[in-house]
Design a protein around this ligand. Structure first.
Ligand code: FE2
Ligand code: FE2
Length: 265
């Protein structure tokens, strides 16, 4: 699968697939007339697929009036409850279609779990280091690996390729070598097409960085450190590793609780 085809795939993507149990959960909420705004956002905020679309729509010219919206709650308020309901319903209908494109639940679950782990860790770092809005760090992290979806859709054994590189952190090098493009670049194409805020696009494009990410860029720094913490490539000497080591069991517990809530475990 050469670079050209992956770029086309990234430019054409309209919805990001999500897990069956999240779809079911959202259907339950939407089907209940007593459901509130909070019930819906409680499910949606853990999901890359739906969050990405809501962030994208809230930042479109129609809603944003030039102000960038980073926070999912704010994005939903901006669009309005009824509108969010119908957007989510549309996504779910398209889900069925995209699901037939041979995407494995197991692969999606891996990506989902990684995104939520990195998001929880990034929120903790943003809080402790007082360098970034924790909510913004959370949403940016939830979306950081969105470019992997393009690979999952286009490369049948991509899940196995990822497992090969586990713990070595050279997934970027491997993608570039085999496909001439990496998931930061495919993610960036989606971010630009979908009009994500610039800060999110920048994180998606550069979250692997080199071994010395731009320390001036606090959002990039917390996402990069959190990602590397879970891929076990973060230097144990760093401040970030020190904080996250202490918080690791709390983060794991939080992710387990979310999985239970969404009936993923
Ligand atoms: Fe990544
Ligand atoms: Fe990642």
């Amino acid at each position: 699968m050469p670079r050209e085809q992956l770029i086309n795939r990234a430019s054409e993507i309209k919805v990001i697939p999500t897990l069956d149990s999240i779809v079911n959960r959202v259907f339950t909420v939407l089907g209940n007339n007593n459901s509130s705004f909070n019930d819906l956002s409680e499910v949606v905020k853990y999901d890359q697929a739906i969050s990405s679309k809501i962030i994208s729509i809230a930042n479109s010219a129609y809603y944003s009036r030039g102000i960038e919206i980073f926070n999912l709650q704010r994005a939903m308020l901006t669009i309005g409850f009824e509108e969010v309901r119908s957007i989510v319903s549309c996504i779910l209908l398209m889900e069925g279609v995209i699901k037939m494109l041979k995407l494995k639940e197991e692969d999606l679950l891996d990506l989902w779990k990684h995104s939520v782990e990195v998001a929880s860790a990034a929120r903790v770092l943003a809080e402790r280091l007082c360098i970034e809005d924790p909510q913004k760090a959370y949403t940016a992290s939830l979306l950081h690996d969105i470019g992997k979806i393009v690979f999952y859709l286009a490369v049948p054994n991509y899940g196995e390729i990822l497992k090969e590189t586990k713990g070595t952190g050279d997934v970027i090098a491997l993608e570039r070598e085999r496909f001439g493009i990496d998931h930061q670049e495919t993610g960036y194409i989606i971010a630009v097409k979908w009009k994500f805020p610039h800060d999110f696009a920048r994180v998606i494009r550069g979250h692997h960085g080199d071994h010395n990410p731009d320390h001036q860029d606090s959002l990039l720094r917390v996402v990069n450190a959190s990602d590397r913490f879970f891929t076990r490539t973060l230097s144990s000497q760093s401040t970030e590793a020190f904080i996250l080591d202490k918080e690791k069991s709390a983060i794991t517990l939080e992710v387990e609780k979310i999985m239970e809530f969404l009936q993923l475990s």
